[in-house]
Ligand binder design. Sequence first.
Ligand code: PLP
Length: 426
Amino acid sequence: MKDINELYGELGISRELLEYSEKVLSGLEDRFSRIDETAEYNQLRVMKAFRENRVSEACLLGTTGYGYNDLGRDTLERVYADLFGTEDALVRPQITCGTHALAVALMGNLRPGDELLSPVGKPYDTLEEVIGIRESRGSLKEYGITYRQVDLKEDGSFDYEGIREALNDRTKLVTVQRSKGYQTRPSFSVTQINELIEIIRGIKPEAMIMVDNCYGEFTEREEPKADILVGSLIKNPGGGLVPSGGYIAGKCECVENAAARLTSPGLLKEVGASLGQLSGMYQGLFLSPVVTASALKGAIFAAALYEGAGFEVYPGADTERHDIIQAVTFHDPEGVIGFCEGIQEASPVDSFVRPEPWDMPGYDSKVIMAAGTFVSGSSIELSADGPIKEPYTVYFQGGLTWPHAKYGILRSFRRLMEKGIAKVPV
Ligand SMILES: *Cc1c(COP(=O)(O)O)cnc(C)c1O
C-alpha cells in the first residue's frame, strides 16, 4: 500500500507543502474539536426535529401538479420551523436561489410607502438590484419602497445611535445580513445579532426583523431570533444534496406574506409540488451539521495556511467563526485567479477545466468562480470565487468532507507556488 504522502504527491502536493500543512494543522486541534462538538450538538437538534415531527418513509415521496396535501413538504416545513425556532417555514424547490428567497421575503412583506432598513451596511451584491440601490427592472424602488442604510462603525460594530436615528414611521422591515458575503467586515455571531434585534425591538416593536442567514446555518448551536430567516438550499442547510431551493422561516404572518408572493394570493402555502426533491432535502438537512463542520475546518485551515505564508486573510486564523466563508486578499488579480484555478484542479467534477473571469448577472464587475461541483454553483461544496476588482480578494467556502477541503486548499497553494505568488515559509 502507498503511504499517504506518496498519494498526495501523485495528486500534486509536494512533501515540502505537506510538512508546512502538518505544522499548521497541529496548531488547530482545539479549534477542530470544538467544531466537532458543535456538529454533535446540531446533529442532535436535527434528530430531535425529525423525531418530533414523525418524519416517515411516505414523507420522502412527494407530489406533482398543484401539490395539494403534500405530506413530505408540509412535514419538512415543520422540521425547519422547529430547528430554526420559528412558527412556520416555507422550504421549496421553486425558490431558485438565495437572492430569490430574500426577494420573495422582502416583496411579500413590504408595501408601497414602506421603508426597508439595513443597519449593518451594504447588503449582498445581488440585493442591490432587488432593493433598487442599483437601478433595476422590478426592484422594490419601482414599487415605491424606499431604502435606508446605516453603516457599521470603523471597528465593525453596530452604530446604535445611527440606527436609532434611521428608524422612522415608515420603517417596516429591518434586514440584517449575518455573513460578510463579498465584503471585508466581521460576520456576526448569533449573540450579536440577537442583541441588535432586541435593541431595534425596543425602539420600534412593530418593525419586522429579517436575517439573511446564508452561510451561517449550523455554524453555531442556535439560529438568530428574528421574525424572518432566509437562506439557500445549495448552501449549508442543503448539506450538498439538494439540487435547488431556498427557505424562508419565521412568524406565520411573515411566512404567509412570502408565500403569497412565491405562489399566489389565496393559494399561499397550499400549492407547490415537491417534484421528487424531498428525499434529498431531508437527507441534506440531516447531513448539514457535519458538512458545515467540514467547511468550517476548511475555512480555518485556509486562514492559517495563508496567514502563515504572509497573506492577508479575513477573518484571521484565530478568529471565532460565524459563517463558512474565508477571504484571502492578494492585491493582485493573478492571486485571485490562481487560487480559483487550484480549487478547480482539486474538484471532483471538471478538475481538468480552467475557470475564467466573466460578467455574472447581478454583479458589477467580472467574477471568477471555481466550482467543480456536483450541484452547479453549490457553495457548500468546495468552491471559491472573487470579483476581479480591488483589493483582489478571493472568497473560499465549502467542502462536503474535511479531507477534500484540505486537499483543495493545498492545491490552491500549489497553484500559487507555480505562479510564483506563494512560497512555503521557512
Ligand atoms: C449567497 C448569498 C446570497 C445570495 O444567494 P444566491 O443563492 O447566490 O442567490 C445572499 N446573501 C448572502 C450573505 C449570501 O451568502
